[in-house]
Design a binder for this molecule. Structure first.
Ligand code: BEZ
Ligand code: FE
Length: 304
């Protein structure tokens, strides 16, 4: 047959993938064709709308660099990242809940001694973070790398600022848990911040009257050998945007009470130089495997 009506066309495109050697790739491509064709039929998509969509995706690609990932942002604001998270983490068995990686995991996480102030050069309210990594039975896990990253007091990640190239990372580090699974560090209290609005994804958010804000949080990637990599955040209780995160990433269990303290001494016995906040959070990881995400700009592309 050389000419197809629209349902025959869908069937023909699906059949065209029948000889794909990898069964999973074949399944994913055929289901994608089904869903895309259904969308076009359901919406009676016009040429102008399809042109707009192609142009939007082209602009999204052009906005990407080694340290900026506009496609991750698109997946995040459309709720796709959290849906992939949900279907892959249906049974937590008591493990800490997961959430989006986000576009600012750049992999520049230097191994850092416990207690270090990872935001020493930045203004902001001071915060002490006390944390621990255990298995599902509460057994402490030693020697586990934990990557930490968060935004500054103006709502920007280090990698978004021109100073990143010359001064290197800030509010970003890697800690290795001690024999009791513990690690601790100093930093600043993060604030809520907008996702980048200078690209096509942010423009879509503002043009559709959505707000671009994420509630205040610290990112953690806990990567214990023999356990599932844990990609998560700890959110700060009471944040104005906790119920309306632009990327739908909040889970109740990830909201922590951050206490205001005035003690002259911090939990590691060292003096504080003013009021500070205390964030305490324990992570529980699940036996398993899997690769932690590759830093931006280092992914190897494989053909089907
Ligand atoms: C972040 O938390 O870094 C983030 C996550 C999703 C979209 C934008 C930013
Ligand atoms: Fe973030």
């Amino acid at each position: 047959m050389t000419q197809f009506n629209d349902t025959e066309l869908t069937a023909a495109v699906i059949r065209s993938f029948d000889e794909t050697p990898n069964p999973r790739v074949k399944f994913l491509l055929q289901e994608l064709v089904k869903s895309l064709h259904d969308y076009v039929r359901k919406t009676d998509l016009t040429f102008e709308e399809w042109d707009y969509a192609i142009d939007f995706l082209t602009r999204t690609g052009h906005k990407c660099t080694d340290i900026r990932q506009e496609f991750i942002l698109l997946s995040d604001v459309l709720g796709v990242s959290m849906l992939v998270d949900a279907v892959n983490h249906r049974d937590r068995d008591g493990a800490t809940e997961t959430t989006v990686l986000g576009p600012f995991y750049v992999g520049e996480h230097r191994e850092t001694p416990h207690g270090t102030d990872i935001s020493a050069s930045l203004p902001g309210e001071r915060m002490f973070v006390k944390s621990r990594v255990t298995d599902l039975k509460g057994k402490p896990l030693a020697n586990v790398p934990v990557d930490v990253w968060h935004a500054d007091d103006d709502g920007y990640y280090d990698s978004q600022k021109p100073s990143y190239a010359t001064e290197g990372p800030s509010s970003r580090a890697r800690f290795i848990t001690d024999a009791d699974g513990r690690f601790h560090f100093r930093t600043i209290l993060p604030c809520s911040y907008p996702i980048p609005t200078d690209g096509p994804v942010g423009q879509m958010i503002t043009q559709t009257n959505r707000h671009p804000m994420r509630p205040a949080h610290v990112h953690f990637l806990v990567n214990a050998k023999g356990y599932e990599p844990l990609i998560t955040h700890v959110f700060i209780e009471g944040d104005k945007y906790i119920d309306s995160d632009v990327v739908f990433g909040v889970k109740d269990e990830l909201i922590a009470k951050v206490e205001k303290r005035t003690d002259a001494v911090m939990p590691d016995g060292k003096p504080s130089d003013g009021p500070w906040h205390l964030m305490t959070y324990e992570f529980h990881v699940k036996p398993g495997g899997g690769l932690a995400p590759a830093p931006l700009g280092t992914k190897v592309t494989e053909d089907a």
